[in-house]
Design a protein around this ligand. Structure first.
Ligand code: COA
Length: 182
């Protein structure tokens, strides 16, 4: 084989949009309906890696206010949803941070913001279903048996083809209510 004819594969860019984003340059804010398309794109791009549930754009347009997003300028580089499962239990759902903004605390800040919101909204427990329980353990969540979160099983798991075989860990954080202001 003529080595001159062998061309190296083109390098795959880490991202099509961004250079490395410093965490301090990212701001967290409540998501707006106008962010739904970018949130959708971010989730869709990390479905496999994050074992994320696919989300439809129409659903995200409705539920955008439940999300907190990390933004760098006008780009959404991370997001997570506070999804109520019952009056007392909420779930961290669709947590994702763009690769170029990772390892700098943005994911942790997103979850901490959902914890704050969940407390304010009066939830007793916040849960997540994840293949990466270590990330949540660092924030104070505990790994629990799935049946400790029957709300999740009723809402999502029972109708799922991977019920009992999904390999996800249930993690839960017990929330302390915010003291009422005098
Ligand atoms: C998980 C994720 C949101 C973390 O975002 P991040 O901004 O890098 O998070 P932080 O900087 O706050 O924390 C990073 C730390 O979390 C831990 N962590 C991250 N991903 C992890 C995983 N899959 N399993 C276990 N621990 C993990 C590591 O300790 C990591 O430390 P390091 O930076 O020294 O490697 C991001 O990696 C991501 O979007 N992954 C793809 C989607 C996904 O897995 N979502 C979670 C579904 S529940």
């Amino acid at each position: 084989m003529n080595a001159d004819l062998v061309t190296a594969p083109a390098p795959v860019p880490a991202t099509s949009h961004l250079e490395r984003v410093a965490a301090h340059a990212c701001q967290l804010r409540p998501a707006r309906v106008a962010d739904a398309a970018q949130i959708h794109e971010l989730i869709a791009a990390h479905l496999e890696e994050g074992h994320l549930l696919p989300r439809r754009l129409a659903e995200l347009l409705v539920h955008a206010p439940r999300f907190v997003v990390a933004v760098h300028g006008d780009r959404v580089v991370g997001g997570a949803e506070l999804a109520p499962l019952s009056r007392s239990v909420a779930e961290v759902r669709s947590l994702v941070v763009h690769r170029d903004a990772r390892h700098d605390g943005v994911g942790q800040r997103l979850v901490q913001e959902l914890v704050r919101r969940a407390r304010l909204d009066g939830f007793d427990r916040l849960c997540a279903f994840t293949h990466g329980p270590g990330f949540f353990a660092r924030i104070g969540f505990s790994i629990v048996p799935h049946h400790w979160v029957p709300e999740k099983i009723a809402v999502d798991c029972q109708g799922c083809a991977a019920f009992r075989t999904c390999g996800q860990h249930a993690v839960v954080l017990t929330l302390q209510r915010q003291p009422a202001r005098a």
